[in-house]
Design a protein around this ligand. Structure first.
Ligand SMILES: [Fe+2]
Ligand SMILES: [Fe+2]
Length: 184
């Protein structure tokens, strides 16, 4: 597996940076990328900015964050199980959203469905590489998901949630976030 192939795998995830050295990158860049690859996984925590006000979608997104957190933090011997858990989650998560878009003739379905499909294509390639013992590819994939998720939720999932709630209730979703403490 060449670095170029590594890079190609993650191209399906937009905007997903690939921390591995790309063909043609400088030595300094490669060293920096190598350090990024070696860094201790920091995990992935839920943030209230991800709340959409659509119960099922919010619940599913909590699950997504938990699955990716596990991919980042579990020990190498557990990565196979963690990746399969993520795969099961991703198929259900994206499948449910895709079905909701199709069933309600959602106008912006095309790029949203394609973005889900791109993640699943990357996932299939990462699974194949893990079968060759490439655990670092799974960590890089998980970091790419951490970068990808907030923008996907903010733009695509939020629009879908609004559409679905408006169809159900004839109103926009109500989002209640925790208040930040304000110093007197
Ligand atoms: Fe989603
Ligand atoms: Fe989505």
């Amino acid at each position: 597996m060449s670095n170029l192939e590594d890079h190609r795998i993650m191209n399906g995830l937009a905007p997903a940076p690939w921390p591995g050295p790309a063909a043609g990158s400088s030595m300094a860049e490669s060293a920096e990328q190598a350090r990024a690859q070696d860094r201790v996984p920091a995990g992935f925590a839920w943030h209230d900015d991800y709340v959409l006000g659509h119960g099922t979608m919010d619940e599913t997104h909590h699950e997504f964050v938990a699955c990716v957190h596990t991919l980042l933090t579990t020990e190498d011997p557990n990565l196979g199980i963690a990746l399969e858990a993520f795969a099961e989650h991703a198929r259900r998560h994206f499948g449910d959203e895709d079905a909701a878009m199709r069933e309600t003739a959602y106008g912006s379905a095309g790029c949203h469905i394609e973005e889900h499909a791109a993640v699943l294509r990357s996932l299939d390639e990462v699974r194949a590489l893990l079968a060759e013992g490439r655990t670092e590819v799974v960590r890089s994939f998980a970091r790419a998901l951490v970068d990808w998720f907030p923008e996907h939720v903010r733009v695509m999932d939020q629009s879908l949630a609004r559409w679905l709630v408006q169809r159900q209730l004839g109103a926009s979703p109500v989002v209640i976030r925790r208040r930040l403490p304000i110093a007197a």
